[in-house]
Design a protein around this ligand. Structure first.
Ligand SMILES: Cc1cc2nc3c(=O)[nH]c(=O)nc-3n(C[C@H](O)[C@H](O)[C@H](O)COP(=O)(O)OP(=O)(O)OC[C@H]3O[C@@H](n4cnc5c(N)ncnc54)[C@H](O)[C@@H]3O)c2cc1C
Length: 418
């Protein structure tokens, strides 16, 4: 149970600033949050705790979480363990509009929903996550993803990749195509490679896994590669950008991945394409030419649209990776800033934390942590804070980190959706 929101708490602040913002003292300010993922659901509840009237716009009745979805692909966990509803969010006093937002008018401060109705706002928070760029990799579009799953939005795609691995013969080649930065969950493709290798080692040991990468280094690289050598010797091959790893074209019918250095044929191909901020952020005019949304690092207010904030994977968060942990932390900072701005107060400068756990095997976890603060208009690493798991840790240390990872997932999903 969470404490009930204190409308009085918000209004007492509003009354203190009645001269600056007289209109807001008359009625409860209206905040609209688009997207009910780790960022949006957290933010809606936190803004409500500050006493504002909040509407969360989210078309899906069930949210399917990506963290731990690699375990579903490896057969270690059912998809249902990833799924959460919005009843607790509603019980907190957040109105949930179960439709997609189709447009935003930042001048009129109005959101239009798929059904045609509109929502007025004083402040809007965009938390739509990512769109997969089906225009970025020749030969790979939404249709092709039905044969070569991305599984980068959890749900049916996760199960499709799982079923393809189950159907593959022992001795087959699995290929993961990994994108250039920035993208959702920097360690994700390598955790996925590890857990698929775990499945292959135990069920189809003559198989191989190839990672074709559009970059020359990746998150927790030393730890992953040392673990692959120890746990899956000879099974995983990583091909860096400079070694010809960048896929430039895909022939979906024959599952052939074309690089400038040659062709690779897969029995199972997992193509993780380039990404950008979710479509509504583009429609709202909050994304720049990179496809992502520049924000003020103190308030998460858009640098392109006034009274619009962007959090989670969709925003450009400087050194912070696109993770559920980051999304949750950004959402709380943003909610505090929105409440302060609605009162006419100055939002405090935040410090944010991120920790990304990855499982290399069910009892082998590794992590990377960082602390971030605003500096020179962006979120910057606090030097000397954070770091990665030690290189030569004993097995019981790795097993403990695996337990920490599971505990983190239980805790964050209970906080956001429970
Ligand atoms: C395989 C994998 C493993 C991962 N593992 C981890 C991990 O171990 N730890 C970690 O911290 N992170 C992990 N992540 C990353 C994490 O899933 C994302 O960073 C996180 O989900 C971002 O949260 P978000 O709220 O920004 O976006 P999302 O979770 O994608 O939520 C966005 C929501 O917005 C909604 N939406 C979109 N458009 C609209 C619209 N127009 N109108 C209304 N609603 C809309 C969507 O339906 C969705 O519910 C992993 C990701 C993957 C793919």
């Amino acid at each position: 149970m969470r404490a009930s929101p204190s409308r009085r708490g918000f209004l007492s602040g509003a009354l203190a600033t009645v001269v600056a913002r007289p209109a807001l003292a008359q009625t409860s300010p209206r905040v609209v949050v688009i997207g009910g993922g780790f960022a949006g659901a957290t933010c809606a509840r936190a803004v409500r705790d500050h006493g504002a009237a909040v509407t969360l716009v989210e078309p899906s009745a069930t949210y399917t979480a990506c963290p731990f979805s690699n375990e579903v692909i490896a057969g270690l966990r059912p998809l249902e363990a990833q799924q959460f509803g919005y009843d607790a969010v509603r019980r907190d006093g957040v109105a949930v509009a179960a439709q997609a937002a189709t447009s935003v008018d930042p001048q009129a401060r109005q959101v239009t929903l798929a059904g045609g109705s509109t929502l007025d706002y004083d402040r809007l928070v965009l938390a739509p996550g990512i769109d997969l760029r089906f225009d970025a990799l020749p030969g790979y579009d939404e249709e092709a993803s039905k044969a070569l799953p991305h599984a980068w939005k959890a749900g049916e795609q996760t199960l499709l990749l799982r079923r393809q691995l189950e159907a593959m013969d022992d001795g087959g080649t699995v290929i993961i195509v990994a994108p250039a930065n920035p993208f959702r969950c920097p360690p994700g493709p390598y955790e996925r490679a590890s857990l698929i290798a775990h499945y292959l080692k135990t069920r189809k040991p003559r198989s191989k896994l190839l990672i074709l990468d559009a970059k020359d280094n990746f998150s927790k690289q030393g730890l992953f590669q040392a673990a692959w050598k120890a746990l899956y010797p000879g099974m995983i091959e990583w091909v860096a950008l400079s070694a010809g790893g960048k896929v430039v074209r895909i022939d979906a019918a024959s599952k052939t991945l074309v690089t400038e250095f040659g062709d690779h044929k897969a029995q199972v191909a997992n193509v993780i394409p380039p990404q950008r901020a979710g479509g509504i952020a583009q429609v709202a005019g909050a994304a720049d030419r990179s496809g992502w949304c520049p924000i003020d690092p103190v308030t998460f207010e858009s640098k392109l649209q006034p009274n619009v904030h962007v959090i989670g994977d969709a925003c450009i968060a400087g050194g912070m990776p696109k993770s559920a942990f980051s999304a949750n932390a950004q959402a709380k900072v943003c909610a505090t800033a929105v409440a302060a701005l609605l009162r006419g107060a100055v939002p405090p400068a935040p410090k944010l934390i991120n920790t990304c756990y990855s499982l290399v095997a069910p009892d082998y976890g590794i992590s990377v942590a960082g602390v971030y603060r605003p500096a020179n208009g962006v979120l910057t690493d606090v030097e000397g804070a954070g770091g990665v798991s030690p290189a030569n840790a004993p097995p019981d240390f790795r097993a403990l980190e695996a337990r920490y990872a599971e505990a983190w997932f239980r805790t964050i999903t209970a906080e956001v959706f429970g």
